[in-house]
Design a protein around this ligand. Sequence first.
Ligand code: FE
Ligand code: FE
Ligand code: ZN
Length: 268
Amino acid sequence: MGETAAEIGANTFAFFTRNPRGRGFRKPEAADLEKLRNFLAQNHFAPLVAHAPYTLNLCSDRQEVRAYAEQTMREDLELLEAIPGNYYNIHPGCHMRKGAETGIREITEGLNRILPGTSGTVLLLETMAGKGSEVGARFEELWQILDGMQMPERVGICLDTCHVFDAGYDIVNDLEAVLDEFDRTIGLGMLRAIHLNDSKNPCGSHKDRHEKIGEGEIGLDALTAIFAHPRLQGLPFILETPNELPGYEREIALLKKTAEKRYGNDKD
Ligand code: FE
Ligand code: FE
Ligand code: ZN
């Protein structure tokens, strides 16, 4: 995975720790993890962002689903200890008609059980689009979870541009105001990674349908402004756009070229 990322001009990548929609899981060999660790160090990669399966839900209305989410997250964090310094990205959860307050409490309790058993890897809560009963579409909800953490140094935020836009934060017309609001509510210091995606739908639509960079409602200008933003430099930027490898290669080149042209910013 590392070699492929380097070939297309990337210095980070995301990967699923296991089948994103199911339960299939093959534990990676220790030797492969060591190879990856060496490759990342030699090539000065930014932190990787491992993504938990979408199906995990720490605040499900079914006890066995909550228990499975905890167990899986624990196993994934143990696995990631072999490649220290990288991130584990989760969707906070869906409260299933129990209400956001209950969801937030169950997520907080779940994370406080999971984190002490493992060491090191920082877990990132992703900003959500607010589809269905998703928790974490408002910065305040994410803050409430962070505020309840017994190990605050082990958690951070991954901001997904498609999700925040769909949640109603207007990063097209008011990027500075959204970043200010994030800073006021959560603190920009908690922001550890960006998922850079365009959206098929308008601001506030709560749909969560990713689009290729520049082909959606957010557009190339706004996404470049985020990519080149001085307050976001040094964060890993991950593309989750509907593409195959050549598409990602084009999008990386397009973002770098557009940023360079607009801001004279030689970002890599
Ligand atoms: Fe995600
Ligand atoms: Fe995302
Ligand atoms: Zn999404």
